[in-house]
Design a protein. Structure first.
Length: 305
């Protein structure tokens, strides 16, 4: 149960990704380059988003897999979620929240006018209170790249391109990610298959893994039903997944390889990162068979690899 709670969080349990990670050694980077360490759960869609971004841009990084129960690997941090990215571009810096990480690093790659530390300061955390009275941190401007006018025109030739990218990045965080848990834990069989892979790919002790696999699967089967109700999903949650995925495909359109044109933009990377955590599971196979996502998804896999 502890594993289910630790992994589940407010957005639902971070899920399985049958994608081999490319682990890079930050120590091998040339002097003066970004040195990056990613603290993650391999099966988390938000972590998967960050990995897709880093891999696509060819940025070397080390991976530290976090135990989802004890989380002692991130005991240095008052921010207790993953992903966490430690970045050193002359001085060490901690970046939190997947969308902040992506926006800040992308800004740094485009514009070297400001230090990474200064760029991160453009995304201040703000404490807010949920409807249930829980205090949480939100980040201002997290879908914006902090560029000057010349840089902005280079990346976004017309205003609509920027607006579209931000809209769909937010959509991936606010809607698409919430469809994952109800779909991969839709039935007891699917819940057990999901946890079997989570335990094999995650960082669990033997006893932790045993409890996580069986008790976690049972717990998340019932949690998924509550999530379905919370997000007003249909009785057959596959229909919501299919509709969302086809909505994305329609937004990309028939005349573009990616939403970014000939190459993925940050929205492409976000949607791909979220969806690929279902690889190897029944929900993923059903999605491929009953939607029009496959051509775009395969192109994304090719350019990232």
């Amino acid at each position: 149960l502890g594993a289910a709670v630790a992994l589940g969080g407010g957005a639902g349990l971070c899920l399985a990704a049958r994608q081999r990670l490319r682990e890079h050694s930050a120590a091998e980077l040339p002097a003066g380059s970004l040195q990056l360490t990613l603290y993650q759960y391999k099966t988390c869609p938000f972590c998967s988003k960050v990995r897709a971004f880093l891999d696509y841009h060819g940025l070397p990084y080390e991976i530290v897999e976090v135990n989802p129960i004890m989380r002692k690997e991130i005991k240095f941090s008052s921010y207790r979620k993953v992903p966490i990215l430690l970045a050193n571009a002359g001085s060490p810096l901690q970046l939190n929240d997947s969308s902040v990480i992506i926006s800040a690093i992308k800004t740094y790659l485009i514009s070297r006018r400001n230090s990474l530390e200064e760029i991160v300061s453009f995304y201040p955390p703000v404490k807010t209170v949920t409807e249930k009275g829980k205090e949480v941190l939100e980040y201002e401007n997290k879908y914006w790249l902090m560029l000057d006018e010349k840089e902005t025109k280079l990346v976004y030739p017309v205003k609509e391109v920027r607006v579209e990218e931000m809209k769909w990045r937010k959509w991936a965080d606010d809607w698409l990610v919430h469809l994952i848990s109800p779909n991969v834990y839709r039935t007891p069989k699917e819940a057990l298959a999901s946890f079997d892979y989570i335990v094999r790919e995650g960082k669990f002790g033997t006893l932790e893994g045993l409890f996580a696999k069986y008790l976690g699967a049972v717990a998340m089967f019932f949690v998924s039903k509550r999530l379905k109700k919370r997000h007003n999903l249909r009785d057959d949650v596959r229909e919501d997944l299919y509709e969302a995925v086809n909505e994305w495909v329609k937004a990309v359109g028939k005349n573009r390889l990616f939403m970014g044109g000939n190459q993925p933009n940050l929205a492409d990377l976000a949607v791909y990162g979220v969806l690929r955590v279902m690889e190897g599971l029944e929900a993923f196979d059903d999605m491929m068979a009953h939607t029009k996502i496959q051509p775009w998804y395969q192109r994304m896999g090719e350019v990232i690899q």
